[in-house]
Design a protein around this ligand. Sequence first.
Ligand code: GLN
Length: 231
Amino acid sequence: CGKQEAKPAKVLKVGSEAAFAPFEFQDESTKEYVGFDIDLIKAIGKQMGAEVQIQNMGFDGLIPGLEANSIDLAISGMTITEERAKKVSFSKPYYKSGLTMVVKSDNTSIKSFKDLEGKKIAVQLGTTGADEAKKVKDAQIREFNSAPEAFLELKAGGVDAVVNDKPVNEYYIAKTGGNDAKMVGEPLTAEDYGIAASGKNKELIAQVDKAIEELKKNGEYEKIYVKWFGK
Ligand code: GLN
């Protein structure tokens, strides 16, 4: 068969686990999906002449969803990993992240990752945070479907720490006024977020990369970044 012209799909079905503020979450009053990733993917869609439809789903359902073609893309604060790249195609990195720990504000015993040994740790299912926590010696890992559930467990005293993405931890702490919890430790990892497409859809990823490049050139990416993270 001959070469086909790269035509953008008119509707882009984009999967996201919308409980990961400030990247994707539901606005409490409007119930709309908002966040850095949401603004970014909408801007990308606009560049591509496509309408973006967000589908809220479990984080561990995103890659299977891409593999089954029930979604075209996934944007969900998803770290580009070797393991995942075997199954899906990733865009170029669009955000630099990494893992840190959150403990109760009155905790004085956990200051570094080493201090997690033998402790109870809450993580989100299927994430890089879960992978790293599982490497900690003698730790008891509790896996939750979402980051907010992991934070709730910390608040309830069921675990000693949460291992999760730094910008999400920072947002949670700022949102709760720093009364319940604090972030400790240097980032354990350096991670890059990428937008994912089905492994076969290299063409779509090439279009996404081109759109991101354009948004970086025309200042739109910067605008979205400043809106959610400040300067
Ligand atoms: N960045 C982490 C990962 O990719 C967490 C993502 C998330 O929970 N949305 O595993």
